[in-house]
Design a protein around this ligand. Sequence first.
Ligand SMILES: [Fe+2]
Ligand SMILES: [Fe+2]
Length: 254
Amino acid sequence: MHQTGMAVAKKQGRNRRGLLSSHNVIQGYGLARYLGRSVIVQPMELSLVDHWICGAETALRTLSGGSRADRPTPRPEGSPAAELDAAEKRLAGALMRVNHVGEVCAQALYQAQAAATSSPELKAQMAQAAREEVDHLAWTEERLAELGDRPSLLNPLWYGGAFLIGLAAGRLGDRVSLGFVVETERQVGRHLESHLERLPAGDAASRAIVAQMRTDEAEHAQAAQAAGGIDLPAPVRGAMRLAAKVMTGTAHYL
Ligand SMILES: [Fe+2]
Ligand SMILES: [Fe+2]
């Protein structure tokens, strides 16, 4: 039985969207054409305007607090969480705001790096990681609200800066770009480790979220390394640590 050209186009378009839509790096499919009895599906690059629109949509969703997690929010096991006093809530809120900023930056970085590569495999890998980062974004946002705190006022600035850095990393080639992911995820992992120590002892809810994020970030780093990410030179790693320090130090308060 022959499938119609449109059916094939719809099916492939759906597959592509399913794979990549969260990262807005989908390749568009044109209308299927018939040549005799055979069916040709014509792949079509998204136009520059399409890319800008998709990119703007992701940025708006990230910055407006409209992100939805695919996975349920990690919750602590056992007895109900202890009530936090005002100072503990303030500290937990500041730390979770920093983590939320990290996830805002992750969206920008992955989007920019996916846009910069021509490799469909790398785009797919970035998209998979970005989907999990959306979970992190939504979880930290939710926890901030539970703590009666707010996201960083400078999120548009963090997003824009991270996007430019991701674009620059992506332009240096896929192996450098993947190496950048490896190093970023490792630094984020160490940072989350420190937060597990600094969060108030009674804040099991924030700990459960941070612990799952740490596990996911380690997997992102391993996947990027396995895909061919190179070790970045020490001065670059140092510059990245410095940039992260400025961001985390500022986001703690703003
Ligand atoms: Fe993350
Ligand atoms: Fe990650």
